[in-house]
Design a protein around this ligand. Structure first.
Ligand SMILES: [Zn+2]
Ligand SMILES: [Zn+2]
Length: 412
């Protein structure tokens, strides 16, 4: 049951405008005697003008019609086509109904005022597979006609092809384009950042915030007329959401949404922030590895220095040498004790020598393995400090924990 018909004399008639075409008013064909010479543009069968109980004009096939794709169209389908046509006309574009193209037929074809741009709006109320819609979308785009599929139901292909879902008002009227609301298929990027862009949200790890924004529904919903005008004006465009960090409300990894440029820019901002965060984390990992390597090197140095240091202290202090654990109070150096009195410290860490530690080191012997270490310690402790350098062989890796020199007797 189409909205357009072929008139033998007047050409194509469009039931959604007045006059219907070439100066033919509705009254001239509706219940006219003799009946108007009308045929279907799709199948060529006879048509007659009809009025729905709610006052919507359309054409119905005469009895015994052949199989025609326009026969099955429901009232809801016709109403939606009418709404789309009037929204297009309100936006200042031309709207033609049921237009045949190269391998496709558009429900409503919008043409820009200067005739250079075309776009199809399809009322797709019946079930259809995603693959079929993708194929039809590609076929129309190949003719330079982008398309938006419009449904009034939850459909799995919303987001898979350029599409919107509308919600009709409870009492749809003939001129109700603006009353229908777009409830799905449109999206805005909702930015969310941690305070001062320092992340407090990403597992509590400190560092630059990668952003916690997402593609959400448009609230409150826009009217169908507003959306159609925005799309035709080029303000609202399709955007393929970048999968990964920017999570969406649509149950697809990378849905196609209708949105405006500022939201695409906001998504870009989050993707860039995510990149910066990854770089930061990589750097922090490298830093941590360097730190661990420095600790391991220090441990290996201390282990290598322990035997000669213990031997020297044993000789000078004439007593049993106790090797204790490296501790902050010895600037992470290994202290050597004789009769409970500290005698020396093996390889303390220069940066850990506080004024308090410095006081504690006074009069003790410090043991180092390299000239660099000796000079750094001398600078930190002053020329009075006794520093002994042993040129020991330092292994690449420290011995595993557990093998320690608790007693001087085990050194030799
Ligand atoms: Zn037909
Ligand atoms: Zn954050």
């Amino acid at each position: 049951m189409p909205l357009t018909a072929q008139h033998a004399a007047a050409g194509v008639l469009d039931a959604t405008v007045d006059p219907l075409g070439e100066g033919t008013p509705w009254e001239a064909i509706h219940r006219a005697r003799p009946r108007a010479p009308l045929t279907c543009r799709e199948c060529g069968h006879g048509l007659h003008a009809k009025l729905s109980p709610k006052g919507l004009r359309f054409f119905a096939h005469d009895r015994a019609a052949p199989t025609c794709s326009l026969v099955g169209e429901t009232m809801a389908h016709r109403l939606l086509k009418l709404q789309l046509a009037s929204a297009i006309r309100d936006a200042g574009w031309y709207a033609e109904l049921e237009v045949a193209g190269e391998g496709w037929r558009a429900d409503v074809l919008a043409t820009s005022p200067d005739g250079t741009r075309r776009m199809a709006w399809e009322a797709q109320l019946a079930q259809i597979t995603v693959d079929e819609l993708r194929e039809r979308t590609a076929r129309m785009e190949a003719s330079g006609v982008p398309v938006c599929w419009v449904t009034d139901h939850d459909r799995p292909w919303i987001g898979a092809v350029p599409a919107i879902q509308i919600s009709q008002p409870t009492e749809p009227s003939q001129a109700a384009a603006t009353d229908a609301e777009v409830v799905d298929g449109t999206s805005v990027f909702r930015e969310r950042w941690c305070p001062r862009r320092r992340c407090e949200n990403d597992g509590g790890a400190p560092g630059p915030c990668p952003g916690h924004g997402w593609w959400g529904p448009v609230v409150p919903a826009v009217g169908l007329g507003v959306l159609v005008a925005g799309v035709l004006a080029g303000m609202v465009r399709t955007h393929q959401v970048v999968p990964g960090r920017s999570v969406t409300f649509l149950p697809l990894p990378a849905p196609i949404v209708w949105t405006t440029r500022p939201h695409v820019i906001a998504e870009r901002g989050q993707l860039d922030a995510g990149e910066r965060r990854r770089e930061y984390d990589e750097l922090a990992d490298a830093e941590r590895e360097r730190h661990l390597a420095a600790i391991a090197a220090k441990l290996a140095r201390q282990q290598a220095l322990t035997p000669p240091a213990v031997e020297l202290v044993r000789r000078e202090a004439r007593g049993y040498v106790g090797v204790r654990d490296a501790a902050p109070e010895w600037a992470m150096g290994v202290p050597l004790f004789v009769h409970d009195m500290p005698q020396g410290v093996i390889s303390p860490v220069v940066s850990r020598i506080s004024a308090e530690v410095l006081e504690r080191l006074r009069g003790l012997t410090l043991f180092v393995a390299t000239e660099t270490e000796r000079r750094a310690l001398a600078r930190a402790c002053g020329s009075e400090q006794r520093i002994v350098l042993f040129e020991v062989e330092i292994p690449d890796q420290p011995r595993p924990p557990g093998v320690t020199y608790r007693r001087a007797g085990r050194v030799r």
